[in-house]
Design a protein. Structure first.
Length: 315
């Protein structure tokens, strides 16, 4: 799916409603997403939708099935939709059946996610899931994605910081560039990142990942940079609860501003420019994409501006 997108593709993230959502409520939710999508689609500023799978264990409330929500969105928006799938408690057979069901209904890719707790041992690793599905689709008819966290770096003599799926995982003791490289070798073709609010950690990961790919003779996957504006102090607290690292000076600038949302968007554009320029100056042949992750409906008003800024890199 990613390979069919233009250079510097743009995606929009939309979170599924609660599991007990009825048909009428689902339609209202999907129609609301279509309202957000329509202006971007008309300007050819959107290449698809990403739909996270959020577990009840993580949120304390069950969410609507990511695949079913993706299918509803696909029918309404006519855009490629990429549902996430938590694979930790699956096996090769159940994952194959899930992918086959999605593919039969026009789904061309998914983001596989590991388990939530480093204390648990899970029976199915993300790298194994990648390998299972990639081998079944050597023609690239189904794209496999994984999460990338640029700030998740290995501490000396310790398991990588913030590794969710360390129980039984062969990648648990690897640093993030090595982990991304390992997953690429096992069939992953794109990596949506955690929200980016720290440029140095992102450029460091891109450089080290590219060098590993060069040494290993592996074609780099597309790194899809996730961004979200910050409009309130509570937004910062929420992002930090998700272990998002926010540049201290940029955080101060946002909090000191009378127009925090506006200031944050200007800083996001500055950060994206810095990352793209770094990649070009260092001749890193790593494809980049953009994931608009508004977090809150009030941030959707910035989607068009951020998308246009990103599209300018295509020339």
């Amino acid at each position: 799916m990613i390979s069919k997108c233009p250079q510097f593709p743009i995606f929009l993230e939309t979170v599924p409603p609660n599991k007990d959502t009825n048909e009428e409520q689902l339609k209202k939710k999907v129609d609301g997403v279509e309202t957000v999508v329509a202006p971007l689609r008309e300007k050819e500023s959107l290449d698809g939708l990403f739909i996270p799978e959020l577990s009840e264990e993580e949120l304390g409330v069950a969410k609507f099935d990511s695949l079913q929500y993706a299918l509803a969105l696909k029918d309404t928006t006519a855009l490629p939709c990429v549902p996430y799938k938590i694979v930790a408690n699956l096996d090769a057979t159940s994952l194959t059946e899930w992918v086959a069901l999605g593919q039969s209904k026009g789904i061309q890719g998914s983001v596989f996610v590991g388990g939530l707790s480093s204390k648990n041992t899970y029976k199915f690793d993300v790298a194994e899931a990648n390998q299972t599905i990639a081998k079944q689709h050597p023609d690239g008819s189904f794209s496999v994605g994984n999460i990338c966290i640029p700030t998740r770096r290995k501490k000396p003599d310790a398991t990588a910081d913030g590794e969710k799926n360390s129980g039984g995982s062969p990648t648990a003791t690897l640093d993030e560039p090595e982990r991304v490289f390992h997953k690429t070798k096992n069939g992953c073709t794109f990596f949506p990142t955690q929200i980016i609010w720290d440029v140095p950690s992102t450029t460091a990961l891109l450089k080290e990942y590219y060098e590993l790919c060069q040494l290993g003779g592996v074609t780099p996957a597309t790194i899809v940079l996730a961004i979200t504006p910050i409009g309130r102090e509570s937004d910062i607290k929420f992002l930090k609860s998700l272990r998002v690292k926010i540049d201290e000076e940029q955080e101060k600038a946002i909090l000191a501003s009378d127009e925090r949302g506006r200031t944050s968007v200007d800083l996001i554009k500055k950060n994206l420019t810095a990352i793209v320029e770094f990649v070009k100056e260092n001749k890193l042949d790593v494809p980049l994409g953009l994931l608009l992750s508004p977090m809150f409906p009030r941030n959707n008003k910035y989607n068009d501006e951020l998308a246009e800024h990103w599209k300018a890199f295509r020339t």
